[in-house]
Design a protein around this ligand. Sequence first.
Ligand code: ADP
Ligand code: MG
Length: 696
Amino acid sequence: MKLISDYFGCMVFDDAVMKERLSEETYASLKRTIEHGRSLNLSVANAVASAMKDWAVSLGATHYTHWFQPMTGITAEKHDSFISPAEKGKVIMEFSGKELVKGESDASSFPSGGLRATFEARGYTAWDATSYAFIKDGVLCIPTAFCSYGGEALDKKTPLLRSMEALNRQTLRVLKLFGNEEVTSVKTTAGPEQEYFLIDKDLFTQRKDLVYTGRTLFGAKPPKGQELEDHYYGVIKPRVQAFMKDLDEELWKLGVLAKTEHNEVAPAQHELAPIFATTNIAADHNQLTMEIMQKVAKKHDLVCLLHEKPFEGVNGSGKHNNWSISTNTGMNLLEPGDTPCENAHFLLFLCAVIKAVDDYQDLLRVSVASAGNDHRLGAHEAPPAIVSIFLGTELTEILESIENDTPYGAKEKELLRVGVHTLPKFPKDTTDRNRTSPFAFTGNKFEFRMLGSSASISDTNTVLNTAVAEVLKQFADELETADDFETALHSLIKRVVSKHKRIIFNGNGYDDAWTAEAEKRGLLNLKTTPDALPHFIAEKNVKLFTSHKVYTEKEMYSRYEILLESYCKLITIEGRTMADMARQEILPAVSEYGKLLADTMLAKKSVCDGLDNSYERETLSELSALQAKAFASVKALEEALSACKQIDNVTALSKHCKDNVLRTMRSLRDAADGLERIVSVDYWPFPTYGDLLFGV
Ligand code: ADP
Ligand code: MG
């Protein structure tokens, strides 16, 4: 039997391999680069590149690629082979330090939102030495950041790394105030839980909507959905089990710490949770996970759907971003401690997150905005589009007692002084954990649950890191000038709680009453992507990102455009797919079935004493009415789609897509789903929800 420990990370150029294959000097120099973000000099880079190439070739690799995350969300790679011409028509395998550290990429077909003029089509990729290189499909992949020659970020990783820097800077200032001189670097950690659907590949290929858009645009509800809740943590079917086993192995080879796999609430839905890692590595690993999931599924004649809402009326798929801050000395800054000092730490960082989430609710919402996720947020299954924080009653009561100078709990007589008293113990992981909250404190980390399943976690973590960095900066500015640190700390915490407690909500986030209450509290409820995205370029947010050097103003505007553009593109593709399916498949099938009904009706009538033909007659009349409705909707949809071409402002276009394209798609779907319910299964042109959801 293969032992996991024997092959875990076998395709990764990790620390152990580096130690083994690099000279002591080169290894030390590379470690310094990794740990302190120093730049790598060329001779070291050459040595590392050569060792990396030898290692990769020994494992069968022939090519290398700078692997990066363009703003489209998926990862991109361009393969170059190691071969280099040598004497007598032979080749040798070569890979230089220059090629390792910096790659050039013809980037003209990646979205840049006008950052790169088309004549200057080149961008460059730079090695992110903190994320290990790995071999995938015979290609050495070098995790990189992607920039234009002007230095503008063209990817999702560059801003993420910048935001981690910003948080590091400000956190170190705060830790110094507590007298901590030991900690020299701080990183954020992330553990993204990934949901997905698995369906049969044969059935998948029979549906244009799934093939082109990743979600079903038609489909009547099956008689059995998820109401029995028999799928959640249910027994995993053999075919799925085989997939999961294979998936784990592939991920483990790549050093991804895939940990738990289980069934989710919806039929055919599953989840994979990794063990958390430093955020940029977690982001790379999550991208890899999504890619490998799809690849492994194909091998099992399955298709892995990562769309946020593949099936209407069935829970969609999200991604839970577990997040915390940890120091190079191994301290988790969101871990409540046992001593007054540790508690003071904890409370200050907790308050920083509370204030950051309240001040930048809009940005957090923007970071999860996409056409796909719009179908989820607020649909009584995923957290609502309103951002709020769940702390649990114990922690909330502690904060309240600090705010109001009232004793905490029945037994406590003393008032709680931050920095002087230890916190009363509160249960860390209560089982009645609130699962409806978009942003929940779960003992020693926060879990942000609004992300869509296909999203990169980079955007969200960039926002989180930067927002918390900004608040810590404000805290440090204030506390650094205080005469008495403890008094200043106490009153700062009091003030933050009183000003930002509106964001704390421990109740049921799916409840309509919460929407009304949130509005009273002045919290934002940005229901759709076109509602949310303009907040990205609001003055306060531009100020946030530019002052922490995470984005330039130009980068922000270009990102804004790219996001809106891809929203519009997605919706128009969906609209066109629907119109095609209706015209080429559904309407003709309905006519054929109608003909059968009409023929039968007449045949029955012509029998001498006229047999009862009520089924044929009534169904035909219902069928004709719905078919006419569907046909009218197709035409309205086509009109809405062609109107898109007349709109050249992308903000206006996004509104048109939301208000008109989606609306006509809705009425077409209603009519078509009505037809599906009365047309004979033999005539229906593609697999139904029942086939798809219960087919594996
Ligand atoms: P649940 O499904 O109940 O939310 P899990 O234990 O399945 O909880 O998932 C929790 C996730 O949080 C895991 O991916 C885990 O690695 C991650 N996690 C735990 N501690 C931290 C931390 N300090 N920072 C970031 N993520 C963390
Ligand atoms: Mg979770």
